[in-house]
Design a protein around this ligand. Sequence first.
Ligand code: ZN
Length: 447
Amino acid sequence: MFFRDSARLTIPFIGAVLTASWLSLAAFSAHADNKHAINNTVVNQNAVSHKNLASSQSAESSKNHVVLISLDGFRHDYIELHNAKNLARIAKAGVRSTSLTPVYPANTFPNHISIVTGLLPIHHGIVDNRFYDKLRPSKEGSYAQYSMGKAQDDSSWITAMPRWHLAEFQGHKAATYFWPESDARIAGALPSYLYHYSKHADYQQRIDQIVQWLSLPEAARPLFVSGYFSLTDTVGHDEGPMSEKTKEAVAKVDKLIGQLYDRLNALSIDVNLVVVSDHGMTNVKDSHQIMVESLNIPDYFTVLNSGAQVRLYAKPEVTYEQIEDEKNRLRLLAEGRFILLTSVERDARHAQYNARTGDIIMETAPPARFKSEGDTHVSKGSHGYLNTLPDMGGLFVASGPSFKQGKMLPAFSNLEIYPALAEIMGLALLAPIDGEIKVLREGLKEE
Ligand SMILES: [Zn+2]
C-alpha cells in the first residue's frame, strides 16, 4: 500500500506531476507518430481491406481499450435478485466478484472518485457527497461547502489525477459520457471527449455515443471510455432495493449493457467492458428516523446531515474543551440510535480528522436515518453507511481480452480497479495511490 501523508497532497504536488506528465506526453506523442508512419506504410504495401487494416493496426494496442460503466446504487446481488440476464451472461464470459467493497462513506461521489483515482477519500479530497472545508471560511462565519458536481466551478476541491488524465498525459485520448466530476478541469485538463452532466440525457444516446467513439480511426479513438447511469440508485431510494420498480430499473439498464456488450464485440477492435457500481442499497424505515433538530446541537457548530452521518464542524472560536463537552453530551443522548466515531473508529474508516471530515462524526445504521426538518422526501432505500456492511457492497463484472473467462472472485475493494485498469491499458501510474491489485489479479489474464 502506498499510504502517504495527506499534507503532501497539495496543489503544488499536482503541479509537479503535471510538469513531469507534459514531458512524458511529448515522448509518447513522438512514439505514436512513428507507429503511425509504420502502419501507413503497411497499408500502402498490402492494400488490405478496411476491417483487416483495423485489426492489423490494432494488434499491438487495441486489446487494451477499456469501457468503464457505472450503474449507480446497483447492489452486488441484484443480478440474481432481479434476474439481470445480460450482466450474468457477461460475467460468465469474463470475471465477476461476489461484491465490490466501497470506500467510506458508501456514497456516490467519494466512491466514483476513488474508482478513477485509486485513492481514499481523505487523499482525493471528496470525503462525502457534501461536506464543509474549515480551511475555506465563508463570509457568514461558516465554511465553504462542497456538493456534488461543484468541482466543475472549482476543481481545486479534487486533489488527485483521474484516470482520463492518466490516459491523456501518456499520449492517448479519453472519453466520458458522464462520470462524477469528469467535466471538472483538473490540473487544467479535461478528457478529449466529454459531456457535461445532465440526468435527462437519453440512455440509448449514451450507448450509441460510446460505440461511435470506439469506431473512430485509431488516431482519434479513445483508449479509455466511461459511462454512467443513475436509474438504479434513484428508483432504489424511492422504492427500496427489493421492489418491483427496482426490478424494472435493473431490467432496463441490464438490457442496455447487453446491447453495449454485443455492439462492442462486433467492432473490429477488442474492447474490455468493465461494469461497476459505487455502492449498494438497503431498506430504511421512516419510523427509525432521527431528527437532527431534536439533538439541540449548539450553533457554534456548522452541521451537515448526509443521512447516514451527521458531521459537526466547530466554528473558529470554539475550544477543544467545548468540542469534547459536546461529544459527551451527544453520547448520552444517543441511546443506541447512533454512535460518535472514536479516533480508532475513524482510523478504521480512513476518515481521520482533517479540515473536511469534521470535528465530530455521528453515524447511524440501517434502517435508521438522520433527517432534518423540512426534508419531506420519503425514502424506502438508502446507502452511505459503514462501507463494510453487506448491503453496501456494489457490482463488479468485466469481460474482454484482458480478463479470464468464467472467473468468480471474492469481494474486493474498489481501490483495486484503478491500478488494474492502468495495467490493462499499459499506462504508468504517475503518482502514488492507495489501491493495490490483490484479489483482482486472479481475474486478469497473464501477459
Ligand atoms: Zn443514492
